[in-house]
Design a protein around this ligand. Structure first.
Ligand code: ZN
Ligand code: ZN
Length: 696
């Protein structure tokens, strides 16, 4: 059976977990641990409540409700009794989150949570779904959906309208589309027809969404064709509250559109929800077997009109058979000055994809070597938001020392791989060009979450050793020398060690043969391979990421044996007599007789997102309590400082004007701004009109 964290919290309706004795002891320990945490929470809350009851803070009680898990949070957020229990039951039955949304929605309509009118049932079902989907931690379910309404099509049938508001943004694309799907699901249960938009209404959407993009931020602006496709086919009407001051100029005063102002919530749901999340929506629709959404195919690029407009600059319909993933440059939209682009879509030199998780990385984070941060002049710091080409939109950066760092050319011409922070600091000022940014660590979950096909990984030790184990090779081969690497290949018939795997796929056969010729004219001097200086050859070596030095006008390579073998040369630099053609990698394999893998088949383009997001904003020193002293308290809002403050020469020292709420004691009627009166009574807020001097 599968256990969830919440199973370890004891409750009255505890489901018994039956396991062996050995594990039982362990489980007991975990139970005790959680019980201890809960007890401590209780103690902390007790203390906080007593402090709050002194009425020195703006609120006499602790506002944050304790919810032990998702289901309780959702129940408390939407305020529907019995919901938590039901969600837990469904979770226990093993239903997935989306399925729970639909099950609960069905039960709300069936009246299992009380009798509701049609609009109320629709309203509740949609809010609960959004709450479940957002785990009950954002306000979107309450504030993001203004209302739902049933309206009439021109043929007299009824359809459902959902009015979205600005805060729906915080729900994220996935929860937004869930709300639309739930709307469709519930309206069918209630026998409502689909929304049949008029021509004018469709054109209104086409006018309004680009207009919203101009006045506010939209991650993705769908084309006219996409908007039209969505509005014509979406079975419910996505409407919204006016959120912007700006009004549409073309399609005004439509009968069924209540406002001429721009409706931000609607724009978000169509653009960032349906258009951007189409692949995910499609996956959900297929899994839940909801019909009538086939048109999504045309948004996800599996049908006739593939949308690759951001790659090519123009819209081109095409019929696509191959599933290969193309460079995507959506992440380059909205580039702002001062937020550098680190690498262009799937270009060599960019971040090389590695899969996995470090201790400090997780969902929506990407790991890069700390040396890369230094080499990039600190433009990427811990926590910087990095917009990436794939799989998702962005990730917070964390340092990971176990992946490869950048490769740089120094001012003296040396090509060096920098794998650690300290070396990076010493070399930083010597860097002439960053040839390669190193690896980027992205976890599988991010690909799953974004419904992005997995891309080929960089060839790395973890992968290599798995293949070696199968061939009977045991031991640790993390750091080996060139000879060992070659001997292992010949002896065990295993792929070439990743440390000695160069980026052959980044050069073309012509360059390969040029380099082969060039190296064959070199010299072995002691332990080094010494080559004459040649611009083209040097550039090829750089592209391959073969470390070398430049000394006395010559290119010197210390670890040269694998390179030479890969170029189809013997150790005394004679050419082996084998013919080969095809792509560079297969030529290398043929001429070397080695199983050489693609070192970095996937590059991830990246640019800086919002650097300011990563900064914690705090006052220094951080105060415990703020009193509205305005600037009289200095930048620390210090009361002691305010006592000595004079606003002008004539004013009295320490007399300052502040804006505070007016309150009146319920017991003695005395006015003050405190929550509790001197007499011990509780005060209530008074409203005062300065013009007619009325207090109420
Ligand atoms: Zn009083
Ligand atoms: Zn008045």
């Amino acid at each position: 059976m599968q256990l969830k964290l919440t199973d370890f919290i004891k409750s009255e309706e505890k489901n018994d977990i039956s396991v062996g004795d050995g594990i039982q002891a362990l489980l007991n320990e975990i139970f005790d641990y959680h019980e201890k945490i809960l007890k401590e929470i209780e103690r902390a809350y007790d203390l906080a409540r007593r402090a709050r009851s002194k009425c020195l803070d703006p609120h006499p009680d602790v506002e944050i409700l304790v919810a032990r898990n998702l289901s309780e949070r959702v129940e408390k957020l939407v305020g529907m009794e019995g919901l938590a229990k039901r969600i837990s039951e469904l979770e226990y039955e093993g239903l997935e989150r989306e399925e729970i949304c639909f099950k609960i929605a069905e039960e709300i309509v069936e009246g299992k949570f009380g009798e509701f009118g049609r609009e109320e049932a629709l309203d509740k079902a949609i809010r609960v779904a959004v709450a479940i989907q957002t785990e009950g931690v954002v306000s979107a379910p309450i504030e993001g959906i203004a209302k739902v309404k049933i309206d009439k099509n021109e043929d007299g049938t009824e359809f459902l309208k959902i009015y979205y508001a600005g805060p729906i943004r915080s729900a994220g694309g996935t929860a937004q589309v869930i709300s639309v799907l739930i709307g469709d699901f519930v309206r069918r249960k209630l026998g409502l027809d689909r929304y049949k938009p008029t021509k004018e209404e469709i054109l209104r959407y086409c006018e309004e969404i680009p207009l919203y993009k101009k006045v506010s931020n939209l991650q993705y602006l769908p084309s006219d064709e996409e908007i039209r496709l969505i509005v014509e086919n979406c079975p419910i009407c996505i409407d919204g509250e006016p959120t912007e001051e700006i009004e549409v100029s073309g399609y005004r005063d439509l009968k069924r559109v209540e406002t001429n102002r721009v409706r931000g919530g609607m724009c978000l749901v169509i653009a960032e929800g349906i258009a951007l999340k189409a692949p995910k929506l499609k996956k959900m629709v297929e899994k839940l077997k909801i019909d009538g959404w086939d048109w999504l195919d045309r948004l996800t690029g599996k049908g006739v009109e593939e949308v690759v407009k951001f790659t090519d600059g123009d819209y081109k319909p095409k019929v696509e058979e191959d599933e290969s993933v193309k460079p995507a440059d959506k992440y380059l939209l909205d580039v702002v000055a001062g937020r550098p682009v680190f690498s262009h879509p799937s270009m060599k030199g960019g971040f090389r994809l590695r899969y996995g998780r470090a201790r400090n990385s997780g969902f929506a984070t990407v790991g890069i070597n700390p040396a890369t941060m230094v080499i990039l002049n600190g433009f990427i710091a811990i926590g910087t938001q990095l917009k990436v080409e794939r799989p998702g939109k962005a990730g917070g950066v964390v340092p990971v020392t176990t992946i490869e760092g950048p490769t740089v050319r120094l001012k003296n011409g040396d090509l060096v791989r920098v794998n650690d922070y300290k070396t990076a600091l010493t070399l930083k000022d010597e860097v002439d060009e960053i040839i390669d940014l190193g690896e980027i660590l992205i976890n599988y979950g991010d690909f799953l979450e974004n419904n992005h096909p997995l891309m080929p990984s960089s060839f790395c030790y973890e992968w290599w050793i798995q293949e070696c184990r199968k061939k009977g090779l045991n031991g640790d081969f993390r750091r080996i020398d060139a000879e060992t690497a070659l001997n292992l290949c010949d002896e065990y018939n295993i792929p070439l060690h990743p440390d000695y795997t160069y980026l052959w796929h980044d050069i073309d056969p012509e360059d390969y043969f040029y380099l082969r010729e060039f190296v064959s004219n070199g010299k072995i001097d002691g332990k080094m391979l010494v080559l004459n200086y040649d611009d083209r050859a040097k550039r090829i070596l750089e592209d391959l990421l073969v470390e070398h030095k430049v000394r006395d006008g010559k290119i010197v390579i210390e670890r040269w044996k694998v390179l030479v073998r890969c170029l189809g040369l013997t150790f005394d630099l004679r050419k082996v007599n084998i013919e080969a053609d095809g792509d560079t990698l297969s030529i290398v394999r043929k001429l070397s007789g080695l199983d050489v893998r693609a070192k970095a088949p996937t590059r991830i383009g990246a640019r800086m997102g919002r650097p300011e997001k990563s900064k914690e904003r705090r006052m220094s020193p951080p105060p415990h309590i703020l009193f509205p002293l305005s600037l009289a308290g200095g930048k620390q809002r210090n009361i002691k400082e305010a006592i000595n403050y004079t606003s002008s020469y004539n004013s009295v020292k320490g007399e300052i004007e502040v804006e505070v709420a007016l309150r009146r004691c319920k017991d003695c009627g005395k006015e003050s701004f405190w929550l509790r009166c001197d007499c011990g009574g509780v005060t209530e807020q008074l409203f005062y009109c300065p013009r007619c001097k009325v207090k109420s």
